[in-house]
Design a binder for this molecule. Structure first.
Ligand code: ZN
Ligand code: MN
Length: 169
């Protein structure tokens, strides 16, 4: 069953998304939180969201359908998922962004629009090079994962910029 996913990707991504919803609902119960309609809505919206939303962005989106939704419901649900390891948090600016993708990946961040895209990787284990640098720059530091952020201009922004340039010429 496809519940109104607003982004255009259909296919096996939807199957992954519904598995994710099921796993998140299981974990919510294990965290001692009842699967209320509002919490289920938070999870369904979040599990299908590739944009790395902040709690506020999800709240704004959900409030249209659930006018009685409180920010605390959104935040606490995301927090429970993060504690259970079914979501990770990402800090790129001031507010924490939440990420439902728990497979190993790096991120590409657009300088212009702020879009955050997942870049799959084999492993987040630190490379030998990274370990060497850590040993000299941060003696005693115990590394858990090596996360990369690629910064630049996304495809959409690149197209906008080159269209603008064409208009000027
Ligand atoms: Zn962009
Ligand atoms: Mn991600």
């Amino acid at each position: 069953m496809k519940s109104g996913s607003s982004h255009g990707h259909v296919s096996h991504a939807d199957a992954h998304a519904s598995e994710r919803v099921a796993a998140m609902l299981r974990d919510l119960k294990e965290a001692g939180l009842k699967a209320t309609p509002q919490r289920v809505a938070v999870i369904e919206t979040f599990a299908n969201d590739p944009t790395h939303p902040t709690a506020q962005e999800l709240f704004d989106r959900l409030r249209e359908r659930f006018p009685a939704m409180s920010f605390a419901t959104v935040y606490n649900t995301l927090d429970a998922l993060a504690s259970a390891g079914l979501a990770s948090t990402l800090r790129l600016g001031t507010a924490a962004r939440f990420d439902p993708n728990t497979t190993p990946h790096h991120h590409a961040v657009c300088d212009r629009c702020g879009a955050v895209n997942d870049i799959p990787t084999e492993s987040m284990a630190p490379t030998d090079d990274a370990k060497r640098h850590l040993a000299s720059a941060a003696p005693g530091f115990v590394v858990r994962a090596e996360e990369r952020i690629f910064r630049g201009i996304c495809g959409e922004c690149g197209a906008l910029v080159s269209r603008g340039e064409r208009k000027l010429s």
